[in-house]
Design a protein around this ligand. Structure first.
Ligand SMILES: Nc1[nH]c(=O)nc2c1ncn2[C@H]1C[C@H](O)[C@@H](COP(=O)(O)OP(=O)(O)OP(=O)(O)O)O1
Length: 162
């Protein structure tokens, strides 16, 4: 394996967006990275797990529902500061099995597709989430300051194979 980022923190993570009947299921993240922001349920890929398995596990852990059918819609690459790189696999699900429940990690909320609260989400989401909600695929590259608060650079390529 080639170590592209020697000395850096390198992580792989997932985000999943269940979309059905004109609504998307978001969570208000209660702890960890991005606490207080809305996002899709997700988290880090663990050792020995595929990204798709991680996506299913995170949805189950965070809001207690299952997402049997997942389609990959996007891949995002983030640089935070000068020493932290994250690849995020983004999935869309045609609904969920079960009723979403609040947990210590997340509070679920169905939101109308035309009322997604971009002002309460990570700053990059407005550049790619509309593509996913419109059924389009994408790749994105984003550079944040060290604290992850300010977006310094971005590039999004829509309608690609992911
Ligand atoms: N710029 C960004 N935009 C976005 O929409 N989601 C981001 C993001 N940066 C990180 N995330 C998401 C991806 C993933 O779902 C999560 C990864 O953060 P964390 O590692 O803190 O997750 P968790 O705290 O849920 O970790 P676990 O301990 O694995 O549950 O944050």
């Amino acid at each position: 394996m080639v170590d592209l980022y020697p000395g850096w923190i390198v992580q792989e993570a997932t985000i999943t967006y269940p979309v059905t009947d004109g609504s998307v299921l978001l969570i208000e993240k209660k702890r960890g990275v991005g606490a207080g922001l809305y996002n899709g349920p997700g988290g880090k890929v663990e050792a020995g797990e595929s990204p798709r398995e991680a996506a299913r596990r995170e949805v189950r852990e965070e809001i207690r529902v299952r997402v049997p059918a997942l389609s990959k819609f996007g891949e995002l690459e983030f640089v935070f500061g000068g020493d932290h790189f994250m690849t995020v696999h983004v999935y869309r699900a045609p609904g969920v099995l079960g009723d979403p429940e609040e947990t210590v990690e997340a509070k679920p909320r169905w939101v109308a597709l035309d009322a997604v609260p971009y002002d309460r989400m990570w700053e990059d989401d407005r550049y790619w989430l509309p593509l996913l909600l419109a059924g389009r695929t994408f790749r994105g590259w984003f550079r944040f300051d060290g604290a992850g608060e300010t977006l310094r650079g971005r590039f999004v390529e829509p309608d690609v194979t992911v």
